[in-house]
Design a protein around this ligand. Structure first.
Ligand code: AMP
Length: 204
């Protein structure tokens, strides 16, 4: 199965992608995670600003990860219609296509609330939410690493990221409208997950 998961920042797509990948035995490919691990000044600045990286650069990274994989969930890609077309062409050349796109719908108010209470471990990358899933110890990850607020989780940057999502990423949903599985992302992590599994199982 080939899945895409799409949603505004803090919609929970990373969390859900991880759970879905485990349940359906898919490779979880997160473009955000790929670029956060790259030690490059220019890329880091780009990420901190919340702006999108160039299509060609991101596609190269995705292609490497996708390789000939049969089963995957792409988290954070495609972010615009051009990226979607590049992906479709790549898969078409392998006689393949995306099966479903999962869209997590969340209001701007919830996004801001969630983002500003999100903390990320500097060492292992695990994320916590100070309200819904607090760390075991203040400012400390379970691995012992220090928790920080990602530059792109700060309110001003979040508002810009939401704008980018609405203007540039949302049209990707229309591009895949026949394959759309839309879920209310305001529900709890477990409720969202159960809904996705139910909808995916009902498709086949
Ligand atoms: P995410 O963790 O998915 O929110 O991604 C974090 C940041 O990585 C984004 O704000 C972009 O700067 C960059 N990024 C991730 N995926 C893409 C993509 N498909 N196209 C362009 N930039 C991306």
């Amino acid at each position: 199965m080939k899945l895409l998961i799409i949603g505004p920042p803090a919609s929970g797509k990373g969390t859900q992608a991880e759970k879905i990948a485990e349940n359906f035995e898919l490779e979880h490919i997160s473009t955000g995670d790929i670029f956060r691990k790259i030690n490059d000044e220019e890329i880091s600045q780009h990420l901190a600003s919340g702006k999108l990286l160039p299509d060609e650069l991101v596609f190269k990274a995705v292609k490497e990860k996708l390789d000939e994989k049969e089963n995957f969930i792409l988290d954070g890609y495609p972010r615009n219609v051009n990226q979607a077309k590049m992906l479709d062409k790549f898969l078409e050349e392998r006689n393949s296509k995306i099966d479903y796109i999962i869209y997590l719908k969340v209001s701007e108010e919830t996004i801001i609330k969630r983002m500003t209470s999100r903390r990320t471990c500097k060492e292992c990358g695990k994320t916590y939410n100070l309200i819904t899933s607090p760390p075991p110890e203040e400012n400390k990850c379970e691995c012992g690493g220090k928790l920080i607020q990602r530059e792109d989780d700060k309110e001003e940057v979040v508002r810009d990221r939401v704008k980018i999502f609405k203007k540039i990423t949302q049209p990707v949903i229309d591009h895949y409208i026949n394959k759309l599985i839309a879920v209310d992302g305001e529900l709890s992590i477990d409720e969202v997950y159960e809904k996705i599994v139910e909808l995916l199982n009902n498709q086949s």
